[in-house]
Ligand binder design. Sequence first.
Ligand code: SF4
Length: 348
Amino acid sequence: MNRVATESESEFHFELRTCRWAEREWAPDSSDAAVLVARQLGTKRRRWDTIVLECDPDALRHRAKFGEKRLDGDLLHVLRNAPERWTYYRDCLPDPGYPWRYVRESIHEADDRGILETRRNGNRIEIRRTWPYREWVRRIVAIENKPDLDASAARALRPQLEYDVAMALADEVWVATRKTGERIEPALLERLPVEAGILTLDPDSLENEVAWYPRRLDVDGPGTRILERPAGGPRDASPAQFEYVDPEAKSRKRLEIAERAYERGWRSFVDTMRSDCRHFELRSAGQLLPWCAAKGCCQTAVECSSRCSHVEPEPPAWRTRGWPIEGGPGKRAKALLEERRRRRRPEL
Ligand code: SF4
């Protein structure tokens, strides 16, 4: 029996539908761009619901040479500066700003992954690049999903959007909310930063409309990180606290976020769910969405865990064909989503 979805289930479902919509219909700035979508990524201080990457299609194909795993900040430091000819690593890599032993660890890791060549020359490690690392991301768009954007949800969302606008880490910031069909969408009446765009979306049909266009944020300029803001009111005259973030640090952070998005995509939700539970299903109505047959709803990743009171392992009989090599339905569901994820990363 289907039960009424809770707020978090409804948000999760809406988020997955937004990701699907973005993957299918996002209209990039340039006609020759490829689009990659991911979810639940960002920085230590700020996590975005949905991220749309507009990419250079050639460079995105080239990125596949480095494998599906992300390149973290330390690896990027090595790979972006690795020379064409054999060179002592300290002569070709800029000072990392942290001990060189961590650089050596990254060099060995890159070597193990087959994305950098190394050799010993006496007691010196020399490196040579396997391929140049090309800039593959053109623009990053952050979308915050709030299907039911009432006044209290808008109040909670506003500081987060203000943070995004001040930092300008993403090129654009949007709020996606459920389409109501009213003459004036209620989201427009809420006090949100004017720089943020508003998209209204019907999660079933994916019909959508731009209620408010966003402003382009200055990703190449310094960012302002809001650290603390006063509550305001007659008793609180304290100033807001903030710090500047230089453009190079922002650019590095953008690339690190893009790398994580490349690795995860948005279908990785299944990786943290109990897909091996007998009640786990993938339902397809234009998109593969998780479904819990025991609860009769699209369950969230948080509730679909070993702590769930209805969890039951797949019966061994379900796994007899091909098991243990292929596994049961849960394994197949994962493989199906993995295959779709892979299609978005050409040449992998
Ligand atoms: S773990 Fe719980 S929520 Fe997940 S499929 Fe099983 S019964 Fe449903």
